[in-house]
Design a protein around this ligand. Structure first.
Ligand code: SF4
Length: 297
């Protein structure tokens, strides 16, 4: 029997044909030293095996109810924004609303929660893309390669539209395009099978032509209005992503982890950040910071 015990990170992955996943978790120095848990250094670990090797086997996931903040490591009774304590949720830039809605970036007003963090993470090249996860959707990412983001979302195909030099600019274009098409994935559809076929190249070309007829004014740090600059990308065909899947769950059921309920079922696939079982699925990202014992029977 294989056992991994620790506080969940998201599932790490590599490759696209197929994607290969590892269980990623952390333990904390204070607990290892048998000290009272507080803000503490995390000891990051990965499963030695790829989770792909566990397909067809029974897994058991058990939580003892303990949660530690992914940002500072402090124990927390409740997880905010998929893994933060209330203090980090309220103060950290990566938990600000502008991360979910990047068009509302307020750095230029001098109010970024952590300007140095913002400069490092939000002022770098971002890509606006189309992906097919549960249908056509628009999204943005700073990930390189862009396919890292598509894998996290469980997309089967993706194609970049354009690049810009900041998260805010990407958010402004995404927000505009979201007026025409979804910017969210339906997890229920995503865990039921492949999405309907979509000609992403054709959709991309159509929307890029449309964007070329538009101007996107935005306020700069001096309070002046400037026009947003973007560069179209020249990738001709969409990228395909293959996931390790033997079959899809028989039921569209979201498994929940709690102190009282463990999950025990046969792993039939992995897609996005979801473990797919015979009788349900669990979004591992939702449990960031939860202590879990991961057993392969
Ligand atoms: S740079 Fe902008 S988007 Fe990034 S955290 Fe700061 S205010 Fe938010």
């Amino acid at each position: 029997m294989t056992v991994y015990s620790g506080y969940i990170r998201m599932m790490e992955h590599e490759g696209t044909t197929p994607v290969r996943y590892r269980w990623s978790y952390a333990n904390y120095q204070d607990e290892a030293d048998k000290k009272r848990p507080g803000k503490s250094e995390a000891i990051e670990s990965f499963s030695s095996e790829f989770l792909n090797d566990f397909l067809g086997k029974k897994l058991k996931l058990t939580s003892n109810g303990k949660i530690r903040c992914l940002d500072c490591g402090k124990p927390t009774k409740k997880s905010f924004n998929q893994g933060s304590c209330f203090e980090c949720f309220s103060n950290k830039a990566n938990n600000d609303l502008c991360i979910m809605r990047p068009e509302t970036c307020h750095f230029h007003k001098g109010t970024c929660r952590e300007p140095e963090w913002g400069k490092k993470y939000c002022f770098q090249e971002h890509t606006v893309y189309f992906a097919n996860s549960s249908g056509l959707k628009v999204g943005i990412t700073k990930e390189k390669p862009v396919s890292n983001r598509w894998v996290d979302q469980g997309a089967r195909f993706g194609i970049p539209l354009l690049t810009v030099s900041s998260r805010r600019e990407a958010g402004i274009i995404e927000h505009y395009l979201a007026g025409f098409l979804p910017d969210k994935t339906s997890w229920q559809k995503m865990i039921q099978g492949d999405p309907p076929e979509i000609n992403l190249t054709k959709e991309r070309d159509k929307f890029v032509r449309h964007l070329e007829t538009k101007e996107f004014p935005m306020e700069n740090e001096k309070g002046k209005t400037v026009l947003l600059n973007w560069n179209r990308t020249n990738i001709d065909s969409p990228q395909e992503i293959q996931y390790p899947i033997l079959s899809y769950p028989k039921k569209v059921k979201s498994y929940k982890l709690s102190e009282t309920d463990s999950i025990e079922d046969v792993l039939v696939g992995i897609k996005g950040q979801y473990l797919l079982f015979e009788n349900g699925a669990i979004n591992i990202r939702s449990y960031g910071g939860y202590h879990v014992v991961f057993e392969v029977k």
